[in-house]
Write a protein that binds this ligand. Structure first.
Ligand SMILES: [Zn+2]
Length: 141
């Protein structure tokens, strides 16, 4: 008795069923999964092998792309982290400066805050999409 080259193995009773059969010939279970034991792989047709190789090739290409993307993402995250660390350091420096200057009575913190907000609003207005040459500090044209 020659076994079939490719077979559906019944998920219930493990009986080999010819490809394309819907129900197990032995127990009548609807065949759901194709179980191909490793020993059967060598019996696979040339077309299947070529197809598998093609799929494996595509898979490795995708894996490479994924690895490169993960690398880029990691680099981006590192930059982001460094940026936020720098921001924290700058913030700490400014706060220390403000405290030191306020202690010596050189500045009024309330006045400083008012001026800071004023500047922020001005910068935001300068950077807006609507060009306003009249408000520009250095008229280049
Ligand atoms: Zn069965």
């Amino acid at each position: 008795m020659q076994p079939p080259t490719i077979a559906h193995y019944c998920q219930k009773c493990r009986a080999a069923n010819p490809l394309g059969q819907e129900f197990c010939a032995r127990c009548g279970t609807r065949l759901m999964i194709v179980v191909e034991p490793a020993a059967m792989r060598h019996d696979a047709t040339e077309a299947t092998t070529a197809h598998e190789e093609h799929l494996l090739e595509r898979l490795s290409i995708l894996e490479n792309r994924l690895a490169r993307m993960a690398e880029k993402l990691e680099r981006g995250l590192t930059l982001l982290l460094r940026q936020s660390e720098n921001t924290y350091a700058t913030r700490a420096l400014v706060k220390t400066l403000v405290d030191a200057l306020a202690e010596t009575g050189s500045i009024n913190t309330g006045e400083l805050e008012r001026k800071w907000h004023e500047r922020c609003e001005k910068e935001a207005a300068d950077g807006s999409s609507v060009p306003d040459k009249t408000k520009s500090r250095d008229p280049s044209t």
